[in-house]
Write a protein that binds this ligand. Structure first.
Ligand SMILES: [Ca+2]
Ligand SMILES: [Ca+2]
Ligand SMILES: [Ca+2]
Length: 139
């Protein structure tokens, strides 16, 4: 029992270190905020809509496992609901293309930007709307 407990503690510590290493120093430990460091091209510590769309494009490529031009329901079911899929899927023959996906990213960007400025700050990513934005830009 004792050794098992020690093992899980070690695993927890290792996971903690890995998370801290992946995140920018200033935001260490905040999983939500590490994406800002990754796509913050102008280094202001926030995500503007262009940076968020770039993150969305990277997520699109990562999710699009079959490598075609669209995201099919099976590729996005972990991230968005069927209702959202239908709402943004304007060309119904295929799944969500890059333009449709980008529109969804933009809509969630503005929904999450509760203080109404031009950028998403770390705190805004921790809200419910922030998590909805993360769902479409995280990869
Ligand atoms: Ca920025
Ligand atoms: Ca696809
Ligand atoms: Ca903001």
């Amino acid at each position: 029992m004792k050794s098992r407990f020690a093992l899980s503690l070690a695993a927890l510590a290792a996971a903690g270190f890995a998370a801290a290493a992946a995140a920018p120093a200033a935001e260490a430990g905040h999983r939500e905020c590490s994406i800002i460091g990754k796509f913050d091209r102008n280094r202001d510590g926030k995500l503007n809509v262009f940076e968020a769309k770039r993150a969305g494009k990277a997520a699109f490529a990562a999710i699009n496992k079959d490598g075609d031009r669209t995201l099919e329901p099976g590729e996005v079911s972990q991230r968005i609901g069927a209702e959202t899929f239908d709402k943004y899927n304007l060309i119904k023959r295929k799944g969500l293309d890059r333009v449709e996906w980008s529109r969804l990213v933009k809509a969630r960007f503005y929904a999450a930007n509760t203080d109404g400025d031009r950028t998403i700050e770390c705190g805004e990513l921790k809200t419910k709307a922030g998590h909805r934005l993360l769902a479409v830009i995280w990869n």
